[in-house]
Every structure is written in structure tokens, then in C-alpha cells.
Design a protein around this ligand. Structure first.
Ligand SMILES: [Zn+2]
Length: 301
């Protein structure tokens, strides 16, 4: 009987869920894992978001810890295969759960976790994360929602070993009501979180259209050589172009419709923005974005 249990346990261990994550070399100091341009489901199991590791000399800084405990663990294992180091710091760019449910793994490794102030509410929330409901049990295994203990309410600099890391707190509602972006001057690299999307239509649901565009103008002022968003595979200096183009076009078209006295229903039919139809998630996101934009802009002066 004992032998049988040993066999069963070994098989169970072998069957532990794996994502098959592959790190992408972004620049000298940065490796990222880029997720699929999809909503979370039992097929991608939350691997639909970006997570990056920065070699800060002596330890890693992680920007967004990914969708689950097992994802974070596997990502760290992959990075360790390139250069083994502990993760000393994790920064979560905003409260959407695909960006921070990997925190529990890094906390257990002794990392310091930081994120914007809206995490204050998440601490007391008893709500089950969307992730837990939408991906497979095997992939979610071991995940405990772990909010950052260091809450960031204003912009400032952090030193990770000898590396200066600027954490910029967006002082108005943009993608959410508490967004951070991170700029590392020594490598001219900017981590934009969900202020930048590529390969898929962004979600305006929890944000503010004008505030988001303003945040993108702020990001542009840094002149980063490497710019990495929260979703989508693109990391050159112009990686914000797609999001900026989409949001400014949406703003202009919705504004014109309102000025012409077009009703919201008619605006939904009219504002198709056809050249974005080929982008992933157009069908699930675009109409909702037009509606959200209309409701935001109809109160403009
Ligand atoms: Zn988000």
C-alpha cells in the first residue's frame, strides 16, 4: 500500500501545472514574459499579461508578478536558469488581478512588495478574484491574493542595490484610479503597466479617457528607448503608439458625435474605427469603450 501511495504522489507531482513560459530578452538588464492578447480563460490560464525581471545587480526587481503563484514560480525558475538571483523587490503597476496574483510566491522568497494606494481596499476585500473563477483549478493552485505592504501614494525613487528606479504615481484617473509606471534611467527603460497595450484593444472600463491620454503624454516625455506595456509584445521606443492612436481617435470621434447631438445608441453604431477591427478583442472591447467614452465626455465643457 505504501508503495502505491508513493507512486500516486509522484504522479501527482509530475502532473503539477506548467505554463511553458519562455523569457524574452528585451535589453541588457531586462527579460520579460509576454502573455497572449486574450481575456483570461482555461486555455491561457492567466498567461495573458506581461511580467518583467530587471537585473538590478545582486537581485532582481520584478514589475508585475503575473496571474498566479505557479506562474510566478515558473517565471523565476526560467530566469534563474539564465542567471540565478533572488527577487528583492516587486512592483505592481495597478490593482487588476492579472498583474499581482503572483505576489504570494515572491513574498515567500523574502521580496518587498510595492503597489499603488488602491490596494488598500484590496486588503479588506473578501471578493474572489476573477482569475480564480475563470482559469483551471490546477493553474490557480497555491495562489493566495497577497497585496503589497508598501503602498505608494506619490512619485519617488527607490534604489535596488545600485540601480535607481523611478516610480511615477499618475496623479489622476487613467487606466485605473491608481496607476504607477516605472522608469529606470540607467537603461532608459519604462514599464508602463496597462497604460500601454499592444496587439489588442485596451479596456477603458475602470479608467478615464482624457486622464489616460494625459498619462501617455507624461510617459512620452521620458523619451525611453525601451517601453513595455502590460499587454502585448512590443518594446521599442514607440511601443505606446497603438494605445495613443486608439484612445485619441476614440476621443475625437466621440467628441464630434456629442457636439453633433448624436445619441449614444447612434454613436455606438457610427464609431466603428474600422482599422482597429483586426486587433484582438475588438469584438468584446470596442463597443464598450465607445459607450464608456461617451459617458465620460458628455459632461465635458
Ligand atoms: Zn489592467
Amino acid at each position: 500500500m505504501k508503495t502505491l501511495w508513493a507512486v500516486v504522489l509522484t504522479v501527482a507531482e509530475l502532473a503539477a501545472f506548467e505554463y511553458g513560459l519562455k523569457p524574452v530578452h528585451v535589453n541588457d538588464k531586462t527579460y520579460c514574459f509576454f502573455g497572449a492578447p486574450e481575456v483570461m480563460n482555461t486555455h491561457n490560464n492567466g498567461n495573458m499579461v506581461n511580467s518583467c525581471f530587471v537585473d538590478a545587480g545582486g537581485s532582481y526587481l520584478v514589475i508585475d508578478s503575473g496571474p498566479t503563484y505557479l506562474y510566478a514560480k515558473e517565471a523565476h525558475m526560467q530566469i534563474n536558469a539564465l542567471k540565478p538571483m533572488k527577487v528583492s523587490h516587486v512592483i505592481n503597476t495597478h490593482v487588476h488581478d492579472d498583474h499581482w496574483l503572483g505576489n504570494g510566491y515572491f513574498l515567500a522568497q523574502g521580496a518587498t512588495l510595492a503597489g499603488p494606494t488602491p490596494f488598500e481596499h484590496a486588503i479588506h476585500s473578501q471578493e474572489t478574484p476573477r482569475m480564480a473563477l475563470r482559469i483551471s483549478k490546477a493553474a490557480y493552485e497555491g495562489t493566495t491574493p497577497t497585496v503589497p505592504s508598501k503602498l505608494i501614494a506619490q512619485s519617488g525613487s527607490l534604489h535596488v542595490n545600485d540601480m535607481e528606479v523611478q516610480i511615477v504615481h499618475v496623479d489622476h484617473k487613467a487606466h485605473t484610479s491608481g496607476d504607477l509606471f516605472i522608469y529606470i534611467p540607467s537603461i532608459k527603460t519604462l514599464f508602463a503597466g496597462d497604460l500601454v497595450f499592444n496587439d489588442r484593444i485596451p479596456s477603458l472600463r475602470d479608467g478615464d479617457l482624457n486622464g489616460w491620454i494625459k498619462a501617455l503624454d507624461q510617459i512620452a516625455s521620458y523619451g525611453a528607448q525601451t517601453l513595455i506595456g502590460g499587454h502585448g509584445v512590443r518594446f521599442d521606443a514607440k511601443a505606446a503608439e497603438f494605445t495613443y492612436g486608439y484612445l485619441t481617435r476614440l476621443r475625437d470621434e466621440v467628441r464630434s458625435a456629442i457636439e453633433e447631438g448624436v445619441t449614444i445608441d447612434a454613436a455606438l453604431e457610427r464609431i466603428v474605427m474600422g482599422e482597429y477591427k483586426s486587433a484582438a478583442m475588438y469584438d468584446v472591447m470596442h463597443r464598450a469603450n465607445v459607450e464608456a467614452a461617451y459617458r465620460m465626455l458628455e459632461w465635458e465643457e
